[in-house]
Write a protein that binds this ligand. Structure first.
Ligand SMILES: [Zn+2]
Length: 323
């Protein structure tokens, strides 16, 4: 039974039934429905923003897991960087020093991370900062490893050449001089035996009887064989490569042939007194990049340290040269 509503009519002094039109009823129902919908919507919004759905819960778990993985990767990259640093130190201070290679500038070794633009696509996500930081570290590590491997390539080449270099560089005395009595005059200003003035003596003189064998002091190629030169007389020049040449002057007889390879210790001729020479002797010169240098520093293969001191002493005396 529908509820009947009454109201008190003061004019008629009696209660009368309230008559509600259909329109009013319809509006009321509509209003109620609207309010319910709005209330429901607000409730859902509140629920969605405060309570996670199972899927959201799972996604959040995954994100946490990724972040953890990223931290572990970051640690691993830092460890690798430390190992690479040690390699770089060894490379710079040991390997490159041994092979007399130019050092690699620190700025080059550091390597780059490829500009800001490259990481823009990684921006705007949860954990972007972490991902970009790890990515930058990885990129730097990559370029540092590349530079390091290039350095090792260079050193490997140098090591291969070093054997040849050691065999080629002048390193023995050009005449047999076990008792060290052959060395007569050193490199430097010496009284010239013919001009009787102090002149720069650009080599070392070894005295020995005419016909004493003369040996190549390092591996190389016979560059010059010249007979009857006014100053040097019969002489030989050997090109050892790496900028080194040696000259052997005043020979009695030359056995070396131009263009032929020689090994250290190989016979190239015999002591004589041809050219400007006052007595049988070998005038021996060492040249580095075209400049005549003191041969005393190139006898290290066949002298003990004590003998070397003695030779230095003899070579430094202001004796008269033989040519
Ligand atoms: Zn000389």
């Amino acid at each position: 039974m529908a509820k009947v509503k009454y109201f008190y009519n003061p004019h008629k002094l009696k209660f009368e039934t309230v008559k509600i039109s259909w329109l009013t009823k319809a509006l009321r129902i509509f209003g109620f429905v609207c309010a319910s919908v709005v209330a429901g919507f607000l409730f859902l919004v509140a629920a969605y923003t405060t309570i996670d759905s199972p899927k959201e819960k799972q996604l959040k778990r995954e994100i946490r897991n990724y972040q953890l993985q990223m931290e572990l990767m970051d640690n691993k990259v830092s460890q690798l960087s430390a190992v690479l640093n040690e390699l770089q130190e060894k490379d710079a201070h040991i390997y490159r020093a041994i092979f007399e290679a130019d050092p690699i500038p620190g700025t080059v070794r550091q390597g780059g991370f490829g500009g800001v633009e490259k990481y823009r696509q990684l921006e705007g996500y949860i954990g972007s900062d972490q991902i970009i930081a790890v990515q930058k570290k990885l990129d730097m590590l990559g370029s540092q490893v590349y530079i390091q491997s290039k350095s090792f390539d260079e050193l490997a080449k140098m090591a291969a050449n070093k054997t040849e270099f050691i065999a080629s560089i002048p390193a023995i005395q050009p005449v047999s001089n076990k008792k060290l009595r052959s060395m007569a005059s050193g490199f430097g200003y010496r009284l010239h035996p013919i001009y009787k003035t102090h002149k720069m003596h650009t080599g070392i003189d070894f005295t020995a009887p005419s016909g004493t064998p003369i040996y190549a002091t390092g591996n190389g190629i016979i560059e010059t064989v010249e007979l009857g030169h006014r100053g040097y007389g019969n002489h030989v020049i050997i090109n050892h490569g790496f900028g080194y040449e040696t000259l052997y002057a005043h020979m009695k007889k030359v056995v070396a042939k131009p263009g032929r390879k020689v090994k250290r210790g190989e016979l190239i001729g015999y002591i004589g007194s041809t050219g400007t020479s006052t007595a049988p002797h070998l005038h021996y010169e060492v040249m580095k990049n075209g400049k005549k240098i003191n041969p005393i520093n190139y006898f290290f293969n066949d002298l003990t340290p004590a003998e070397y001191d003695q030779v230095r002493e003899i070579a430094s005396q202001p004796t008269q040269s033989f040519d």
